[in-house]
Design a binder for this molecule. Structure first.
Ligand code: F6P
Length: 336
């Protein structure tokens, strides 16, 4: 094609701008025009677009968010929407579309590919890391770094006041952010969707663990990472329960959308750049309906359907070591 389209869709993720920049610069290198649709699939339906040139993408890779805006677009599920989008793409003479987003966005991209004969290519961009086939999504590394930084700060005050803290992190239905940030910050416990599905924790089990950690390790603070939607009423309710019903001084902390802002990590900037350039290369090779991915340090592709129909498991080795790290055992003899 002479012209390609791009859009960012769903929850924005740090590094999306770096991906946009890489796509525009690579396209320019190969003499392709780039049309960017604003607000994700909404822009495709509303014909809200602009042409992006290398000038537009200068010095944007250090910022989170997305210069072309993002949105969730429920009406894109309808056949009429995909048909309308296909008409608009044809009118603009666009031969390929790069969708930067998460699994919901790739469902949309796949839906479009059923009604449009152009090439659709995905670039994984979500803090949740819940897209199958790539070791990391763009944004995940930054979200983990932000959560870790927050947990370190919470530790200072938790230690000073001998308190329990429940820190609620994002991740939608996946525990990647929770697991990695908890490990990185040395949290005492984590409550993750994947673990809750197998064996939901009771308040009694939580209380018992807090008391055991205190008794064995003799420390006053206890920091728990709670993945969103994993406790009725979230961190606030759990902390009230612990304080009111079990007499444990406890405070909640909701990290929320802070996890999506600030400077992206080097890892996210570089990953976004590699995947962005690769998406353009794939278009030149004639690929269609695939997502760009990074596995074991190598660029590769996954079919669009696999990205949401299969699930990446949590890293086995981290789950294994967390069992030993999180479960202190009382020793009968003193260390020599
Ligand atoms: O998918 C990214 C994400 O930040 C999730 O972790 C979270 O559940 C959701 O988006 C929040 O969505 P919104 O920004 O629409 O409130």
């Amino acid at each position: 094609p002479q012209r390609i389209g791009i859009l960012t869709s769903g929850g924005d993720a740090p590094g999306m701008n770096a991906a946009i920049r890489a796509i525009v610069l690579a396209a320019d290198h190969y003499d392709l025009e780039v049309i960017a649709f604003r607000h994700g699939f909404e822009g495709l339906l509303e014909q809200n677009y602009l042409q992006l040139t290398p000038n537009h993408v200068q010095h944007i890779l250090q910022y989170s968010g997305t210069i072309i805006k993002s949105a969730r677009c429920p009406r894109f599920k309808e056949v009429a929407s995909a048909q309308q989008a296909a008409r608009h793409l044809a009118e603009l003479n666009i031969g390929a579309l790069i969708v930067i987003g998460g699994d919901g966005s790739f469902r949309g991209a796949h839906h479009l590919s059923q009604h449009w004969d152009g090439q659709v290519i995905g670039v994984p961009g979500t803090i949740d890391n819940d897209v199958y086939g790539t070791d990391s999504t763009v944004g995940y590394s930054t979200a983990v770094a932000i959560a870790m930084d927050a947990l370190d700060k919470i530790r200072d005050t938790a230690d000073a006041m001998d308190r329990v803290f429940i820190v609620e992190v994002m991740g939608r239905n996946a525990g990647f952010i929770g697991l990695k940030s908890a490990m990185a910050a040395g949290a005492e416990r984590m409550i993750l969707p994947e673990l809750q599905r197998d064996k939901p924790l009771t308040i009694e089990a939580i209380v018992k663990h807090i008391k055991r950690v205190e008794a064995v390790r003799g420390q006053g603070s206890y920091v728990m990472v709670l993945s969103e939607h994993q406790w009725p009423g979230g961190a606030v309710a759990l902390s009230e329960q612990l304080e009111a019903e079990h007499g444990m001084p406890c405070r909640p902390c909701l990290l929320g959308h802070i996890q999506r802002g600030g400077p992206p990590t080097a890892t996210d900037r570089v990953l976004a750049s590699e995947l962005g350039v690769y998406a353009v290369e794939l278009i030149r090779e004639g690929a269609r309906n695939v997502m760009t991915a990074m596995r074991a340090g190598a660029l590769t592709t996954v079919t669009m359907e696999e990205t949401w129909s299969k699930k990446n498991p949590l890293p086995e080795n981290l789950l294994r070591i967390q069992h030993e790290i999180f479960n202190p055992v009382k020793k009968s003899r003193q260390p020599r």
